[in-house]
Design a protein around this ligand. Structure first.
Ligand SMILES: [Zn+2]
Length: 186
């Protein structure tokens, strides 16, 4: 993506630039996770959400998906939203997504990826990160929430280790006959 396609027209140029610097390495990371899975959907632009929109949405085009765009509400105090959205481009055309017993794990994977990226890029100190960690060990909340709850199950299964998470992602896409729900205890 070119910088000119990243949040054009956003009034707060400083925030736009910070998000751009965060976005580039995280997009590379999400793409690299597709090297063994072959599912990356190129993100062509990131554009600003309108008042009636949610804080972040990933929108795909084509069937199978050919390209995607992200609608984002830029926020100084919640910069990691975009990390979640980027991982949808990794998950969406993956074998796990095509497997009806595992497709519902998409937002959990996106939040797990966000957790790691927030640790690496933002020091794990955001309000979102702190809240995410309150799910660790709280099984009732974990199983009821397909975003942070299921994401935290993925992160804990991999001992909070990003290298293990990457191997888990690749392995589960190779052999998905055991449902993730069984492996992760839902
Ligand atoms: Zn999502």
């Amino acid at each position: 993506m070119n910088y000119s396609d990243f949040l054009p027209g956003v009034a707060d140029i400083g925030l736009r630039n910070i998000l751009w610097r965060l976005y580039c390495p995280v997009e590379n990371e999400a793409m690299s996770l597709c090297n063994h899975v072959k599912s990356w959907i190129p993100i062509q632009r990131v554009f600003e959400a309108q008042p009636q929109d949610g804080d972040g949405d990933w929108i795909w085009h084509g069937k199978p998906a050919q390209w995607a765009e992200i609608r984002l509400r830029p926020k100084n105090d919640d910069m990691g939203i975009i990390f979640h959205e980027v991982f949808h481009s990794t998950f969406h055309e993956s074998p796990l997504w095509y497997d009806s017993q595992n497709e519902s794990w998409g937002d959990g994977f996106c939040d797990a990826f966000r957790y790691y990226m927030e640790e690496m890029q933002l020091g794990g100190q955001s309000a979102w990160s702190k809240n995410f960690k309150t799910y660790f060990g709280d099984y009732n909340r974990q199983k009821q929430d397909k975003y942070r709850g299921w994401g935290s199950l993925i992160v804990l299964h991999n001992n909070l280790d990003y290298e293990k998470f990457k191997r888990f992602w690749i392995e589960r896409n190779k052999e998905s006959n055991t449902p993730l729900s069984t492996i992760l205890g839902i």
